[in-house]
Design a protein around this ligand. Sequence first.
Ligand code: UTP
Length: 277
Amino acid sequence: MNATIKKCLFPAAGYGTRFLPATKSMPKEMMPIVNKPLIEYGVDEAIAAGIDGMCIVTGRGKHSLSDHFDSNYELEHQISGTAKEDMLIDIRNIIDTAKFTFIRQREMKGLGHAILTGKELVGDEPFAVVLADDLCINPDEGVLAQMVALYKQFRCSIVAVEEVPADETHKYGVIAGEMIKDDLFRVDDMVEKPEPGTAPSNMAIIGRYILTPDIFDILETQEPGKGGEIQITDALLKQAKSGCVLAYKFKGRRFDCGSVPGFIEATNYCYEKFYKG
Ligand code: UTP
């Protein structure tokens, strides 16, 4: 199987109900951490991992996502030659470096379904998945770059995991597995949002994945699971049983920007670290 990861899928069609009313007409992924939308942090991380194909799964009312990665001639003409032009340097570089493709998920049937919707854009090759509302920061080597390096070595699906307090496991997909080397586990069980007290471990899946393309065949026939949604966790468990799925305890910090406390924490962190100077 191909050793390089060239495409990254961004499922961004969810309703973002934890952030209402802000997300009533604005995609959660466009909410800014300081002055940069969440999705742009995700795209930066993918580019840093050597990826240049950005495949975005959108839904109704999500035009601002495609507008953000396009030119805005009026604005650019207006500020041309002024000091403010510097503020567009990064996004212009992204637009010049990466190729963006978009597809709409017509019904919000869950993350697994959103990933399956992206099949048309990804094709038959291994790919990364970034849930942009999980903001991951590691200055030396981004989380996706760490995972791409592991993929080159092991050539199988990889999920990023983080240890969470026992009373929070019910919010996540949780794995169990055998440690094969430092921070790396071979998955043998996986449960989506386990009932309190029933989680197989405290290792929670966060929003970074490398998936091999056979996941699409599994998703095609995947029955709805927890919450009536097609769950990527259920499909990955099937992949783990028939082949190999790894769980990687990544280096870096993750902020759950889909929740108000995580969003505020990320804002304060990024303001201090990157903006204040
Ligand atoms: P979340 O569980 O965070 O759901 O989805 P959500 O609907 O966006 O947010 P809340 O819980 O209502 O506040 C995880 C990721 O999967 C995408 C979301 O956009 C988010 O990036 N997703 C989820 C889809 O693209 N389609 C879906 O049908 C469901």
